[in-house]
Design a protein around this ligand. Structure first.
Ligand SMILES: [Fe+2]
Length: 177
């Protein structure tokens, strides 16, 4: 099952075109899989901060697929991606807050929304600054699949300082594929 999923995501992620076109293809490929869930390996939360599990990374680093697991109240730092990204929620509920860089170099909160299972979201630079929080009302971990147009561990990203908030995470990154 996972092989088919990876194959379908790969053919979408490797499509030739502008990021708007590629992310739309990835979104369409990802959506039917969100209801299938993920093997246990990829849905394990971590204590203290969020967990990231690498499901697949293209050998040529053209795209990668990871799961992010957030317990309620756990959050990613505010970060950018510097490449396109597609997010789909598998279980729980995710709150996504988008930011814009102001002319003075600060961050301005643009919008926030809740994503439920089956929902997808797209980030495309320069509109790629956001933070994701676990916000499942039943107190369960939120699991989402993130597909990036590069190797998430090697693209140059920025973690933005937040007053009073220390950067944390992911405190668990696992590689299985
Ligand atoms: Fe992100």
């Amino acid at each position: 099952m996972l092989d088919t999923f990876i194959d379908e995501i790969a053919s979408a992620a490797l499509a030739t075109g502008e990021p708007e076109f590629v992310t739309q293809r990835v979104r369409e490929a990802l959506t039917p899989w969100l209801a299938q869930g993920l093997p246990d390996t990829y849905v394990q939360p971590a204590e203290g901060c969020y967990a990231r599990h690498v499901i697949h990374c293209d050998p040529l680093e053209r795209f990668c697929i990871v799961s992010i697991v957030l317990r309620p109240g756990q959050s990613t730092p505010i970060h950018n991606h510097t490449t396109w990204g597609v997010i789909g929620v598998v279980t729980g509920r995710e709150r996504e807050v988008r930011f814009r860089r102001s002319d003075t170099g600060g961050l301005q909160e643009l919008e926030s929304r809740f994503n439920a299972p089956g929902d997808t979201a797209v980030v495309i630079p320069p509109r790629d600054v956001h933070r994701i929080e676990g916000a499942c009302p039943e107190g369960k971990p939120t699991v989402s699949i993130h597909i990036y147009g590069g190797n998430v561990d090697r693209v140059t990203r920025t973690i933005f300082e937040q007053k009073g908030v220390e950067y944390a995470g992911p405190c668990a990154t696992s590689y299985h594929a």
